[in-house]
Ligand binder design. Sequence first.
Ligand code: SAM
Ligand code: SF4
Length: 462
Amino acid sequence: MSSTDTDNVQHAKRTIEGTRPIPLSSKPFPGAPALERSRSSSKTACIKTFGCQMNVHDSDRMRRMVLDAGYAEVSRYEDADIVVLNTCYVRENAVDRVRGHLGELSRLKKEGRVKKFALTGCIGASGESRDLQRQFGIDLVLGTHNTYELAEFVGLPGMEETHTPELPGIESEHSAFVTIMTGCNYKCSYCVVPSVRGRMACRSMENVVDEVRRLVASGTRYVTLLGQTVDAWRESGKKFCDLLERTAEEVPRVWFTTSHPSNMEDRTLRLIGEKETLVKKLHLPVQSGSDRMLKIMHRGYKSERYRRKIEVFREAVPDGTLSTDIIVGHPGETEQDHEETLRLVEDCRFDSAYIFKFSPRRGTEAAQLPGIPPERVAQRRFVEVLRAVEQSAFDNNQKKIGAVEEIYIRYGRNQEEGKAIGETWSGHAVHVQTDAQPGTYVTARIESAGPHVLYAGAPEAI
Ligand code: SAM
Ligand code: SF4
């Protein structure tokens, strides 16, 4: 998982997307820089995204509609005729942030600068959305299942209800997200996702492969398969591993996220090691190292099973990177539970982690549970887990110094820092001194390493 809303979360090693996020609202649509479009179009729109890659991808779909309707994309609310806030509901502070934006939009609308604004995504799907609509005068509220209704809002002919993932979106010219399933059938104690995104719905393999082929034909070189529990994908006897293998045959570079430990098959872990087009990184959220907590959280596995999966991964993919999600301060978490999480972190030698302090969410089981640790205790545990992850990430990264790596350029040279951001086949983020274009490869030697990123010298001539 990478997040555009980073409150209350620490990335012990940021993902490449997180290292230098592209401001979505100013991201040029393939073939036409945003600025050019804004000069030639009289209508303007701003799309702001909060949350995970699923939300980023949903925004891309909505961006398509907005551009098709003849709007130019702008990055500032005050320059926009219409604004779409695509939101996250997973933690309370995400909602607090969105409230701030809604307040500003309501003011701009009263001043006549913004004509109308929409609230979409997970907050739109929540029970709280009607109150927000009344309070801030929001023109349109959409959940995650009826995004197609945005069409009429932006002046396109009304669309038939579609299974949302069939509406393709484009991340950029060289890399793209492809949603293979939506929703979630688990009921983790703390999580609002099942209530705002509904039960799991899988796209057909044929449909996914068709989209992947279209993307590759249009120049995409890196596809990330997306789903809340992406490895739970299935279709008449076929499982996620089969779809991953098919995709890896069609695309030069492939990754997937987010996986659930209970669905992760050993053969998928081996496939990551074997198939040369698969990026050798695995994001497998564990949440806690304590079996008692995993039970309270309804995660459906014990820490031993998680550890075994990691052993298989490390053996099958010796040069791979491993990341996870951890929640500290869930109701009932004792000092001993916390110690067990620290032990698991040390044993699994994570390369990065998203660490969250528990945030009670209305309607979830955990919000009703007693025994939330005091804030200062949660904060200390948070820092201790963060330090443990940073230590293992730093140790792992140090081992890469001196290695000559083939690096996929994700973001071209940044004027201020003078470096491009790339990714090795092992999934490490690398800063590299090159003018190479996004979507191309360079080969360079790793010269130094921190806990979050590797630093390469100038590319070597091939
Ligand atoms: N489906 C994925 C899984 O089960 O691992 C995770 C999806 S969830 C949107 C992303 C992460 O947010 C979770 O892995 C969890 O660590 C964190 N999270 C979800 N609800 C939370 C809450 N109420 N408080 C704190 N963190 C939470
Ligand atoms: Fe939320 Fe659990 Fe489903 Fe992940 S598996 S989306 S944490 S309910």
